[in-house]
Design a protein around this ligand. Structure first.
Ligand code: CTP
Ligand code: CA
Length: 228
């Protein structure tokens, strides 16, 4: 059973949240993105703020309103998100990576719109891998020393517990949160699987608003100076 939401639980903490999809340009008029709505990340930013934290939200392209009292930085590509997050992670005490970051980008975006050449053959795209924002932050000095607590999310289509457990180890984060299917993109409710060093537990299906509050409470409990 999850403890109820305690207001001001994160007073004095600096929380950094990534949210939404990224958009990877192909040319000036086209790009590749994904179905992330940003709703869960925005709800988490709001709940962290309501818990008394100073909150910075680095958001990919979504049309959601900025939660009250939250500093929002808009980005487009995974590289933009990385460039925004790395310096902010130097000051944060909690990093929550909810963004659906594109794993790959077109290797070289065309400066001009790609035109049909009339031959009926389609162009091919070459891809380059994007930097892993969460893994980079989780491997930082501050994360290792316990000054920065990192939380990852996992989007999986199957075998959630197995993949989430492996992902937690691979990313080197103390807490990895999985979305329990079916696909939750754009929905207003969700259910979460929490995987940490002790094992796993579930936050049962509820609105993203309530789940965000419960998750913030769970992060506060696990955070080094949160066991109040
Ligand atoms: N993440 C990130 N930067 C990336 C890719 C992922 O910060 N370039 C973060 C996500 O925000 C999420 C976590 O890493 O918190 C896991 O993302 P996910 O896509 O599930 O994992 P990947 O490591 O990219 O593995 P795969 O997509 O192959 O399952
Ligand atoms: Ca991925």
């Amino acid at each position: 059973v999850v403890a109820f939401f305690q207001p001001k639980r994160l007073a004095g903490q600096k929380v950094l949240v990534t949210a939404g999809p990224t958009f990877e340009a192909i040319d000036p008029v086209r790009g590749i993105t994904n179905h992330s709505s940003g709703k869960m990340g925005f709800a988490i930013a709001r709940a962290a703020r309501e818990a008394g934290a100073e909150v910075t939200l680095v958001a990919g392209p979504v049309a959601l309103p900025t939660p009250r009292g939250v500093r929002r930085i808009n980005v487009v590509s995974a590289q933009n998100m990385y460039d925004a997050v790395i310096p902010l992670a130097q000051e944060a005490t909690i990093f929550i990576a909810t963004a659906a970051v594109a794993d790959w980008r077109p290797a070289s975006a065309s400066q001009e719109k790609v035109k049909k050449d009339g031959s009926g053959t389609a162009p091919t795209l070459a891809f380059a891998e994007n930097p892993d924002i969460l893994a980079t932050v989780a491997q930082s000095e501050r994360a290792h020393s316990g000054a920065l607590y990192c939380v990852g999310f996992a989007a999986e289509s199957h075998d959630l517990l197995v993949h989430a457990t492996a992902k937690r180890a691979r990313k080197g984060v103390p807490l990895l949160v999985g979305n329990i299917g079916p696909a939750t993109f754009g929905q207003d409710d969700n259910a979460l699987l929490l995987v940490d060093a002790q094992g796993h537990s579930e936050l049962p299906r509820a609105s993203k608003r309530v789940l965000a509050q419960q998750l913030i409470e769970q992060i506060a409990v696990r955070h080094p100076d949160g066991a109040k």
